[in-house]
Design a protein around this ligand. Structure first.
Ligand code: PLP
Length: 423
């Protein structure tokens, strides 16, 4: 195990797959070359936001240096180019998610805005007093609070399906809570605090058997697995560009066309209308009805480039490499005396949350930072998960396909150092 961080050497081929060369992949990410506090950066905070390959940065630069103009409005060449790239990215996303129709792809700021859109538009239209919205105990705040706001406004009830000690959803309890009053199920595909992969296809089937639509929070799934909204059968699926190697401030809400078509707009303004008089406004067709105002064009360029990049690397390569890395990291971290891993689901992706006996998570994170190791500490916007496990906070190391076993070794050595310091 590396004890001096300068000693990290990454072999050219760390994975068994000849197509996946992590050393070469890392060259695509300019930020990874830097030192932090004099040590090589070990970036293990990918669940908060992932790093961007040069192609994404170049795409944003291309918009501002060549195409900068507004979309859908101009007859001039720059606006035509920008509109073509913007709508081209929508089609890339449609294909990436295997959505049946590009009109089902709505650009939003991120997962949070996507879920709020569903709650405020579909939810306000369909949830009445005495109705219920069913979520799980492992949700991120952005898949709790929008439903709380809705339920408070409508006098409806927020029901929460519990999780077991491994951090897995208890299916029987979920099924028991689904009932004739349930109007919506909202569930994370992958938990950001625990790494648990939920059996969303199964949950969707159960909910649909009761005629209940399902919104899936895909923020932590899209960077790590193949997401096929058609196969899943979900009614809505939200994700954030910045977690899938794209820019901040852009995300996607997929919604079934037949649902989006009858939902009221989320916001009013330019672009979402087809005609306006003081007496009446006719709304635009899908997806524009949900894209009021000048959109985040530059970051749509970036998101399109990010998905191209993921396709180039290959999701199958990403999945198998990360799977091996997660096993390696789990083994390395869990065998350190005093470490307790929070979230030991049988199906997990990319996240190791842990507590270290006798040391506050914040102190662990601060000392690791001095070693150049970036992890997240705190409640990870999932306070109910912390309550469920009886801890105020955890340290979370979250992986991406550019991370290496050497970086995991550095993390393990860093934790040992924390232990030595706290004696
Ligand atoms: C599971 C999950 N849902 C939702 C979000 C919110 O994403 P954003 O802040 O990009 O809207 C996050 C972000 O950490 C997340 O991990």
């Amino acid at each position: 195990m590396a004890t001096t961080r300068e000693a990290i050497q990454i072999p050219a081929r760390e994975s068994s797959s000849p197509a996946f060369d992590v050393k070469r992949i890392r060259e695509d990410f300019p930020i990874l070359k830097q030192k932090v506090h004099g040590k090589p950066l070990v970036y293990l905070d990918n669940a908060a936001t992932s790093q961007k390959p040069a192609k994404v940065i170049d795409a944003i630069l291309r918009f501002y240096t060549q195409d900068c103009s507004n979309v859908h409005r101009g007859v001039h060449l720059l606006s035509e180019r920008a509109t073509e790239a913007y709508e081209g990215a929508r089609i890339k996303i449609q294909r990436f998610l295997n959505a049946p129709d590009s009109r089902e792809i709505v650009f939003v700021r991120g997962t949070t805005e996507g879920i709020n859109l569903v709650a405020q538009s579909y939810g306000r239209q369909n949830v009445k007093a005495g109705d219920e919205v069913l979520i799980t105990a492992m949700e991120h705040h952005s898949n709790i609070v929008p439903w709380q706001i809705l339920c408070e406004e409508k006098n409806a009830l927020l029901r929460v399906a519990p999780i077991n000690d491994r951090g897995e959803l208890i299916l029987e309890e979920f099924e028991k809570l689904l009932n004739a009053r349930t109007r919506m199920v909202a569930v994370a595909h992958v938990s950001n605090a625990l790494g648990t992969i939920n059996p969303v296809r199964q949950l969707i089937q159960r909910a649909h058997a009761m005629n209940v639509p399902v919104v899936v929070d895909g923020a932590q799934a899209v960077p790590h697995m193949k997401v096929d909204v058609h196969e899943l059968g979900c009614d809505f699926y939200a994700f954030s560009g910045h977690k899938v190697f794209g820019p901040t401030g852009i995300g996607v809400l997929y919604g079934k066309e037949r649902l989006l078509a009858v939902m009221p707009p989320f916001q009013g303004g330019g672009d979402m209308i087809s005609s306006v008089t003081f007496e009446k406004t006719i709304y635009n067709v899908l997806p524009y009805k949900f894209e009021a105002g000048t959109p985040n064009i530059a970051d749509v360029y970036g998101l399109g480039a990010a998905l191209d990049y993921v396709n180039e690397v290959g999701l199958a390569n990403i999945i198998s490499y990360e799977h091996a890395l997660l096993s390696y990291a789990t083994e390395a971290i869990s065998q350190i005396p005093g470490v307790r891993i929070i979230g030991t689901a049988r199906e997990k992706a990319g996240v190791i949350s842990f507590v270290l006996e006798g040391v506050h998570a914040h102190d662990v994170g601060t000392i690791l930072d001095r070693e150049g190791i970036a992890v997240r500490t705190g409640h990870h916007c999932a306070q109910p998960v912390m309550d469920r496990f009886g801890v105020p906070a955890t340290v979370r190391a979250s992986l991406a396909f550019y991370n290496t076993k050497q970086e995991i070794n550095a993390l393990a050595a860093g934790i040992q150092r924390v232990k030595a310091l706290f004696g």
